[in-house]
Write a protein that binds this ligand. Structure first.
Ligand code: ADP
Length: 474
């Protein structure tokens, strides 16, 4: 008889002998190697975790917690999420009763995997991160209390290799959208995130308050400390850039992954600063100049050429403070008028051949995911959708793609809308927007930008391998 034809009988779970200490894995939590103590004196298994916080919908509450899998290595933290099974009083070996959360996950010992209940407790000084209690021990298993490491020995080395990223399971994330507005983009981010089993909380930036403290940076909201988020998506309006980025910096100090950083948002919002940074990286842009003194008006105009000029208020958004001056005389009057109002502005040469069209490239995590062409309405030269412009999908050239990616990279933005003009000598960047609207581009191109953003966030919040220290155990 050909043995290969016989179906495999279910592997008898016999032969599994556990010593008093064993290497185990909790694959469902992204913990590929832990040293556990087998403690038949305890009923339920326990995992030492910290920053244990419930989140998510009331009818399906989840926990977010963090584990230092390697004793003594506080620089290595794995963030975990799991559904809450229960909350119970547990008396630990030192006789203390504690109300603990209970989760269900899978225990892997050798090549056997079994579902187990685990309570979570914050006792970081314990030598073993995991205790295996009676309930986890299967009837066919044998305990050999005098022996140790009877099963396959694992190694903490896995946390130092890229494999730790691969071992990370898809987990429910707790994500904050920093936004003051209940607009389409915010709602899209919430719906799309929830469809992927994440919990997305919209936090009104202006209602966050903080104690600035070197040891314990925190953000408070509505009388409570805000929890740990796996990621923050800032959608900070132009009118509150300074306060909004201060809140964001607090999250950065906490080590939370922020899709766009405070430094990049601040620099990209300030038109002068942004143009200087783009120029420093050799990124194409319309000839641009600015001056503070009225004495320099003529020279300023001279710097950007003799043709028609565009004068822009520095705080312009949605094309509101952008004026086309067809002649030098017109430019002088506009500049004088702006100066009279003590307004800050810059002067650019008019890229005529763009003919009332610009290209919005949506860059997510270093790639252009969608591009649309916006065309001005009537004889306006400004193609902003808020000014009645229309949008259509567009194929962009490799040069345009590269320019958009490089422009987003200058400000280190994980999500950016890069606006380009098509000129005779290549793409010219007008603006890099750190809170690009999703509605227009998703409608025009049919691309699910919110989903692509979550793909990027899910990749980013996976654990990173940490550098091995000399003398690390395991
Ligand atoms: P805002 O930040 O207020 O939207 P922009 O700099 O993006 O200001 O300009 C608004 C619109 O005006 C652009 O989308 C573009 O269509 C047009 N525009 C701006 N600068 C120029 C320029 N130098 N040459 C030609 N058109 C321009």
């Amino acid at each position: 008889m050909d043995l290969s034809d016989t179906p495999h009988p279910p592997r008898p779970p016999s032969g599994l002998t556990l010593g008093w200490e064993e290497w185990i894995a909790l694959p469902g939590l992204g913990l590929p190697a832990l040293k556990a103590k087998v403690d038949t004196g305890a009923k339920t298994s326990a995992l030492h975790a910290f920053d244990i916080e419930p989140f998510g919908p009331i009818n399906r509450p989840k926990l977010r917690f963090a584990v230092h899998p390697v004793p003594g290595r506080t620089d290595l933290t794995i963030a975990c999420s799991a559904l809450i099974r229960d909350r119970r009083d547990v008396t630990s070996s030192n006789g203390e009763a504690e109300l603990r959360y209970v989760i269900e996950t899978r225990l892997k010992v050798g090549d056997v995997e079994v579902p187990i209940e685990v309570t979570l407790t914050d006792r970081t000084n314990m030598a073993y991160r995991m205790l295996i209690g009676r309930q986890a021990i299967q009837p066919a298993w044998r305990i050999s209390p005098a022996a140790s490491f009877c099963q396959e020995r694992l190694s903490y080395d896995i946390y130092h290799t890229a494999e730790v990223k691969l071992a990370a399971p898809h987990r429910s994330l707790r994500i904050a959208v920093l936004s003051r507005e209940d607009n389409h983009s915010t709602r899209r981010l919430v719906t799309e995130g929830e469809e992927r089993s994440h919990t997305v909380e919209v936090i009104d930036t202006t209602r966050c308050y903080m104690a600035i403290n070197a040891l314990a940076p925190e953000v408070h909201y509505d009388g409570k400390r805000l929890p740990r988020y796996d990621a923050v998506i800032p959608r900070i309006g132009a009118s509150i850039t300074s306060y909004g980025t201060a809140v964001l910096r607090q999250f950065e100090t906490l080590g939370t992954h922020c899709v766009n950083g405070s430094a990049g948002i601040t620099a990209s919002r300030d038109k002068l600063h942004a143009h200087q940074m783009l120029a420093a990286k050799g990124i194409g842009m319309p000839q641009t100049a600015f001056a503070a003194s009225p004495k320099d008006t003529d020279n300023l105009i001279g710097l950007v050429g003799s043709g028609p000029l565009v004068v822009k208020l520095l705080e312009s958004t949605q094309g509101k403070g952008v004026v086309l001056a067809e002649t030098k005389k017109a430019a002088q009057s506009v500049i004088d008028a702006f100066r009279g109002l003590r307004a800050n502005f810059l002067v650019q040469n008019f890229v005529k051949e763009a003919a009332g069209e610009d290209i919005r490239c949506l860059v997510v995590d270093g790639r252009v995911m969608a591009a649309m062409k916006r065309t001005a309405s009537g004889d306006d030269f400004r193609s902003n959708l808020h000014r009645g412009g229309t949008a259509a999908p567009v194929r962009i050239t490799k040069e345009e793609r590269d320019t958009a990616v490089r422009a987003a990279r200058v400000f280190n933005l994980g999500l950016a809308g890069v606006d380009l003009l098509r000129s005779h000598d290549g793409p010219k960047v007008l603006e890099v927007n750190s809170s690009p609207g999703l509605e227009g581009i998703e409608l025009a191109t049919g691309k699910n930008i919110a989903a692509l953003l979550y793909d990027a966030i899910e990749r980013k919040v996976r654990p990173e391998p940490v550098r091995k220290r000399r003398g690390t155990p395991g």
